[in-house]
Unconditional design. Sequence first.
Length: 392
Amino acid sequence: MIIKPKVRGFICTTAHPTGCATNVQEQIDYVVQQGVAGTGPKNVLVLGCSTGYGLASRIVSAFGYGANTLGVMFEKPATETKTGSAGWYNTRAFEDKAAAKGLYAKTFNMDAFSNEAKEDVIAEIKAHMGKVDLVVYSLASPRRKDPNSDTVYNSTLKPIGEAVTRKTLNTDTKQVTEVTLEPASQAEIDATVKVMGGEDWELWLNALDAAGVLADNVKTTAYTYIGKELTWPIYGKATIGKAKEDLDRAAKAINANLAEKYQGSARVSVLKALVTQASSAIPVMPLYISLLYKVMKAQGTHEGCIEQIHQLLSGEYYSGNALTLDDHGRVRVDLKELDDSVQNEVERLWHQCTTENVMELSDFAGYQEEFFKLFGFGFASVDYEADVNPVV
Ligand code: NAD
């Protein structure tokens, strides 16, 4: 099959197996080249392991620290006539490369919110890992079925309190327009907290604890985004921000238990905004990220998923130095993005941005390039005219 990108709205419905493998290899190369500091984790569970920040966490753990990794993802396998999802190909490539290094790597393709996923993962840890010493919670999902009631909750991306009108960039038509988002109802806020809040993270840690598969000094972290004034109305102070606040509540509860029983810890880690499948679905974010890339690339401070997670694990959690914490005890690796010099410049450009000048004022070209790379497209070393078997 000759595989080309097919974009529908903010998603690309095809993925290229060779390109995805190249993406994984480039991230591995970065980690190997940088090296890592300190003594890292040995047995790592990554929930949401196949793309974005979760994949980067798995790569730093395995190829930086030589850890065994167990992952859970929700991805579409390939068939003879249809390509698999990018996360499917990333994971196949990751597993092959880990096996070539003699590293244990196993992945469950199932709903991480379910009780079955927790049972299967625990059985696998008991059989092949013994105990885990790092649990990364990196799920991004639009819905969650409550495992006990079977009720399905959908998350919404809406402001809270009053309607918000913001500039936005349609990544298909390249038009800068205004979008008005009506405020969420209380039921929508509650449902978003159910999906993207801390409840499932707690359920995971409780299940792992009860099964006796957590190691001494175990660490767990869930990822969040905070941002500043430009994104607060649609993120930080909106429905998704409410859900992320609930992670702080969960972190405290999990931390108390882990500290007492294992001398372990649970913390929320704050990461920067960048192009992933999850962020491209959030209104306003593509324009913000395109402007942010322009400003941070000009400053020489631009980072992608792998740089951020390398910094988080090697520069923070396992460095042996004091963590960079905020008042809520969250670990911060997003501070370069929030620096006034960056935010003020992004805001200045934001006000000037129109359909006519968006290509010059922003780094939309860089945004798009990165977006296609998420699906394995746009790598110079890959022959996209070559016939490839979609089933890897
Ligand atoms: P992503 O879409 O790239 O990855 C999501 C992962 O979750 C994938 O591995 C997917 O397979 C998995 N997943 C989704 N639903 C699942 C389910 N039901 N069962 C099992 N696996 C499931 O997302 P991302 O941008 O890497 O986001 C990961 C985390 O990082 C999120 O909590 C997000 O809020 C946070 N974050 C993202 C950004 C950003 O700009 N992208 C910034 C800061 C923090």
